[in-house]
Design a protein around this ligand. Structure first.
Ligand code: 3HC
Length: 284
């Protein structure tokens, strides 16, 4: 069965980006948020992105209107029931994800494919809330979703091979390079990225270099688009903290243990760019 209509649960930073990319790739797309205020905020950020692309001439005004026309926002979970694939990008908490998928499982036909954009939870733990673990995958996108070229397509021990191949093809239709990963906590990217970011924080704690010099070193010495401490701020210290806790819980390896400075930053609200302060301070 070909994927024709896309559902996205959650219209925050990741969900709005996924919905934008799906609509821009030609798929009629329904994006659901829990209330009108959050939905409005997410749709406004999509409009802002599309307007910027049109102003730069990357897309025409007509293309912008077509993309927007393919995108429908809703607060009703029932509006996702006729989608061929539903990609979940809600709060990174297992009980909330299991509850949502349990509800969707009861609503949707047995053919619907379910996908989670979780960055740190185990796909199988979420899939086991449904009666269709064979039609359940991980689809892990990267921030900012419209810009980053990668999607990790994650199979569990239960995912049916034909479903998996269909989702890999779908990832390509979204204009992303799809890489294949097993359902191992952190998949490929976070398994490798998180120890690097935590080591940058440890280097700062140990006085190896200043915030600016650690960042400059990796940008200019290794060609990274952002230094590691800027990237921590960009991801959000709270998000990173929960990813490294999941990795540490799974593997019990020191490289995943959260550095003390990070915990103190999280509890004091120094969460990075979204909070206006993290390793750096941000205006507006
Ligand atoms: N949404 C949409 N488009 C955006 C954007 C956003 N939030 N931010 C930047 N862009 C676009 C710009 O419009 C610009 O487009 P153009 O080339 O068509 O003009 C392009 O991206 C480049 O932007 P800028 O020139 O303003 O700035 P940079 O060249 O510094 O690029 C960046 C910004 C793409 C964010 C780049 O710094 C980068 O790649 N940083 C690393 C990001 C990264 O590592 N992300 C992954 C985080 S890990 C993750 O998400 C996994 C999770 O599980 C933790």
């Amino acid at each position: 069965m070909a994927i024709r209509k896309v559902g996205v649960a959650g219209c925050g930073l990741m969900g709005s980006g996924i919905a934008q990319v799906a609509a821009a790739s030609g798929f009629p797309t329904v994006v659901r948020e829990v209330n009108a205020e959050l939905l409005d905020k997410g749709l406004k950020s999509i409009d802002k992105n599309l307007n910027r692309l049109a102003e730069k001439g990357t897309i025409t005004e007509a293309a912008k209107d077509e993309i927007r026309g393919r995108l429908k926002g809703t607060t009703k979970v029932e509006d996702l029931q006729d989608c061929d694939v539903i990609i979940e990008a809600i709060i990174e908490q297992l009980p909330a994800k299991r509850e949502l998928f349990g509800a969707l499982d009861a609503l949707c036909p047995s053919s619907t494919i379910f996908a989670s954009n979780t960055s740190s939870l185990t796909i199988m733990e979420i899939a086991s809330a449904t009666k269709r673990p064979q039609r359940f995958v991980g689809l892990h996108f990267f921030n900012p979703v419209p810009v980053m070229k990668l999607v990790e397509v994650v199979r569990t021990i239960a995912t049916e091979p034909a479903v998996y191949e269909e989702v890999v093809a779908f990832g390509t239709k979204l204009g992303k390079t799809a890489v294949r990963a097993h359902d191992s906590t952190g998949f490929i990217v976070n398994r490798l990225l998180v120890p690097y970011l935590l080591d940058a924080i440890r280097a700062l704690e140990e006085g190896v270099g200043s915030i600016e010099d650690i960042d400059k070193s990796m940008m200019l010495g290794c060609g990274h688009p952002m230094g590691p401490l800027t990237l921590c701020d960009f991801i959000g210290l709270d998000v990173l903290y929960s990813v490294c806790e999941s990795l540490y819980e799974e593997f019990k390896r020191d490289e995943y243990a959260p550095p003390p400075l990070m915990k103190r930053m999280v509890v004091s609200g120094h969460l990075g760019r979204k909070a206006g302060r993290g390793f750096y301070t941000y205006d507006g």
